[in-house]
Design a protein. Structure first.
Length: 258
């Protein structure tokens, strides 16, 4: 193989390895960034849905109290807030932040809350003040319990998100360390390759220089160069050996004439 071809093949290999490692690093960083963005988006959507749900629960509680205080039109507001709450629970589901078991539990809690609201409204229609007070107290307790439950699942979701972020960052840091090690290995390979090629060129040249000095000084026992190969150095060595042989024959011929 020609020296130029060796150098070209070697350096192209190094360039390809560097490009491949760089491509992997870029892909991993972009993929991690996309995953972090997706996690952040899921948490933002889920957290917003919980915040809106909590707000609408207080709103439907307030509308129910308006109905208790003899404001019949408040029943329409209650139905409107129910629709808003359904939209909030759907937002929680679409966010992908919460497991199905949690979503089912939220739906179950909302059904119980709606039953309590309906019970309050029915008791108000009976005019039994004691029963109304008891139903309102139960509604207030459910509201606070549900608020605490929503805060709990939001905190759990935040902890899960933080854990996922840490795991992603740790895996990315580990991958970057491996990439750095690979880059160092490629650099070492490049240095070894460069040294090997330079040595394969310089060593034969040193031998040919010594042989040329011996020939020029008139030595007759100059040994032929033991250099093989089909590259430029090998071809030059063969030509040099032919020259040494020709010089030896010329010297012998001159000595024979004398």
């Amino acid at each position: 193989m020609k020296i130029r071809t060796k150098l070209l093949a070697g350096y192209l290999t190094i360039i390809m390895l560097v490009a491949m490692i760089g491509g992997v690093a870029l892909y991993m960083n972009n993929d991690t960034a996309n995953q972090l963005e997706e996690i952040d988006h899921k948490y933002w959507e889920g957290s917003k849905s919980i915040m809106d749900l909590r707000t609408n629960i207080y709103a439907i509680q307030g509308a129910t109290m308006c109905y208790v205080n003899e404001e019949p039109e408040a029943i329409e507001e209650i139905e409107e807030f129910k629709e808003e709450i359904e939209s909030n629970t759907l937002g929680m589901e679409n966010s992908g932040l919460f497991e199905q078991a949690i979503l089912d539990e939220v739906d179950s809690s909302m059904d119980e809350f709606y039953e309590t609201i309906s019970e309050v409204c029915m008791v108000v229609d009976t005019g039994n003040d004691a029963a109304v007070d008891e139903s309102v107290e139960e509604m207030d307790e459910q509201t606070e319990e549900f608020k605490e439950y929503l805060s709990g699942i939001e905190d759990e979701a935040k902890e899960d998100m933080d854990t996922q972020i840490v795991e992603l960052q740790d895996s990315l840091a580990f991958a970057n360390q491996l990439i750095i090690i690979m880059m160092i290995l490629v650099l070492v390979f490049g240095l070894i390759f460069t040294f090997s090629v330079s040595k394969s060129i310089s060593d034969p040249i040193v031998l040919m220089t010594k042989a040329a000095d011996d020939v020029s000084s008139g030595k007759k026992d100059v040994e032929f160069l033991d250099i093989e190969g089909d590259d430029e150095i090998g071809t030059l060595a063969k030509s040099f050996n032919r020259m040494i042989n020709s010089v030896k024959l010329a010297i012998e011929a001159m000595e024979g004439k004398e």
